[in-house]
Design a protein around this ligand. Structure first.
Ligand code: AP5
Length: 215
């Protein structure tokens, strides 16, 4: 099973990718997570990427493209993947189409999570990730302050550096200008694009995705 999850910042791509990859035993390939891992490891790439990530700007196409191609080839013979956060420029969409053809890989289905701008700001300002179990949570889900509602660890909920309001607004602008047009380009390249209402409750969104991918 090959999937691309597409949508604005905060649409729920990471949340759904984690659930779906577990359910169907797929590789969750998140370009944002790969870049944040480079930042954390303080590699040369990570140092360059951090400056861009902190401003909500995109990392150059060739860097991200190389990471994605390597991961797709390494996992060619596995059960499949869910690609989260790629492609997000027209150049990246072209590149994905080319590597699929060149390496004779199956064409992924596109899952487009739709959400309103107002919902996005609220979700991202209140998002935290547990450094212990890696769950993505919203502050409104907490039953006790500073306790992860999924694994009950204390003081492990971390706010992403790019979840500050001014950076969120910049990420949304970049999404509108650079990433949203990618959907049309993918349709023209004959990718199957499926719309999923991302403002539904998390379980409903998952069920809608399952219905699409089991078709
Ligand atoms: P990336 O990590 O991909 O960030 P993003 O696309 O901005 O998306 P987010 O991770 O912020 O949101 P999400 O859709 O995953 O939402 P989530 O599930 O967490 O990229 C970060 C940066 O890396 C980029 O800005 C760029 O610099 C760089 N980068 C990455 N890929 C790149 C590329 N291809 N090219 C160049 N640069 C690249 O959910 C958000 C919140 O909402 C959570 O609190 C969650 O609990 C809650 N929530 C989720 N679903 C629901 C629901 N249905 N109902 C209620 N709450 C919900």
């Amino acid at each position: 099973m090959q999937l691309v999850i597409f949508g604005a910042p905060g649409a729920g791509k990471g949340t759904q990718s984690k659930i779906i990859s577990k359910k169907f035993n797929l590789l969750h390939l998140s370009t944002g997570d790969l870049l944040r891992a480079e930042v954390k490891a303080n590699t040369e790439l990570g140092k360059r990427a951090k400056v861009l990530l902190d401003q909500g700007k995109l990392v150059p196409d060739d860097i991200v493209g190389g990471m994605v191609e390597k991961a797709l080839l390494e996992n060619k013979d596995t059960n499949g993947y869910i690609l989260d956060g790629y492609p997000r420029t027209l150049v990246q969409a072209d590149f994905l189409n080319k590597i699929i053809k060149k390496d004779n890989l199956p064409k992924p289905k596109i899952l487009y999570l739709t959400v309103d701008d107002k919902v996005i700001v609220d979700r991202l300002a209140n998002r935290r990730q547990c450094s212990n179990c890696k769950s993505i949570v919203n502050l409104s889900e907490l039953k006790q302050e500073n306790v992860c509602p999924k694994c009950q660890s204390k003081n492990t909920l971390i706010r992403r550096d790019d979840d500050k309001e001014e950076v969120i607004l910049n990420r949304m602008k970049i999404y509108r200008e650079n990433t949203f047009p990618v959907l049309e380009a993918l349709k023209k390249m004959n990718f199957e694009v499926n719309h999923v209402l991302g403002t539904n409750p998390i379980d409903t969104v998952t069920q809608n995705i399952v219905d699409i991918i089991k078709d």
